[in-house]
Design a protein around this ligand. Structure first.
Ligand code: ATP
Ligand code: MG
Length: 225
């Protein structure tokens, strides 16, 4: 067990489109300690999602090193990558990616079943999480019957369902009005703290950023922390 949940060394990512190369991440060195909650701030297009997707082992094509919980996960094969994601990471996508044919409750139950949690326990936990996020009356709605903000809250519950070591959240309250965003974010922080998880949260919202332990500002491909 190491003190650093996440260590990034020289992380670089460029995209070439129609012959034009954009260097989005230009050598990021950063460390997230166990249990720490860090805001990832930066203007639109600065590379927040790109960085979270690299760290969440969702996208390859970067240079540098990513260590999660002391393990170099930079060049894992497909199977190991999936295993690390499943066992250590909870991801809240910028666009929710819920399973459309399953209810909100089922979307939060499924990742727990994959991890081997018993059905009854998984359902109880899913209902508790969704209740805390203000969706107690919406457990059995499918995503298409939920508002954007409600879907976002299901996505938050799903990411936290397995009490991951590392939570990566891409604008987790981006679709919510100010009051609901505050409420959901406060619950999110409470749950993350209860689990002792570390979290990296991309946001445009300075007010939410101020509630976190630290801020990483993404500027011209580097972090100013
Ligand atoms: N698959 C891709 N191919 C080409 N360019 C890409 C790709 N993904 C991202 N980019 C470029 O990388 C830059 C960073 O994008 P990214 O989505 O990481 O920004 P962001 O900080 O998350 O922005 P936002 O706040 O709008 O969500 C953008 O200029 C974008 O055009
Ligand atoms: Mg983004």
């Amino acid at each position: 067990m190491t003190d650093a949940t996440l260590e990034l060394t020289g992380l670089r990512r460029s995209f070439t489109q129609a012959g034009v190369t954009i260097d989005v991440l230009r050598g990021i060195d950063a460390e997230l300690k166990r249990g720490e909650i860090v805001a990832l701030l930066g203007p639109s297009g600065s590379g927040k999602s790109t960085m979270l997707q690299a760290v969440g082992l969702l996208e390859g094509g970067f240079e540098g090193t990513i260590r999660i919980d002391g393990e170099d996960v930079t060049r894992l094969g497909q199977g190991e990558r999936t295993k690390t994601r499943r066992e250590k990471i909870g991801f809240v996508y910028q666009f929710h990616h819920l399973l459309p044919d399953f209810t909100g409750l089922e979307n939060v139950v499924l990742p727990q079943l994959i991890r081997g949690t018993r059905q009854a326990e998984a359902e109880e936990r899913a209902a508790d999480l969704l209740g805390r996020l203000g969706l107690g009356e919406r457990l059995h709605h499918k995503p298409s019957k939920l508002s954007g903000g409600e879907q976002q809250r299901v996505a938050v519950a799903r990411a936290l369902a397995n009490r991951p070591l590392l939570v990566l959240a891409d604008e987790p309250t981006g679709n919510l009005d100010e009051a609901t965003a505050d409420r959901v974010f406060d619950q999110f922080v409470k749950l993350v703290r209860d689990h002792g998880s570390a979290a990296l949260v991309a946001t445009h919202n300075e007010r939410l950023a101020a509630k976190m332990d630290r801020v990483w500002r993404l500027h011209e491909g580097h972090i100013e922390g």
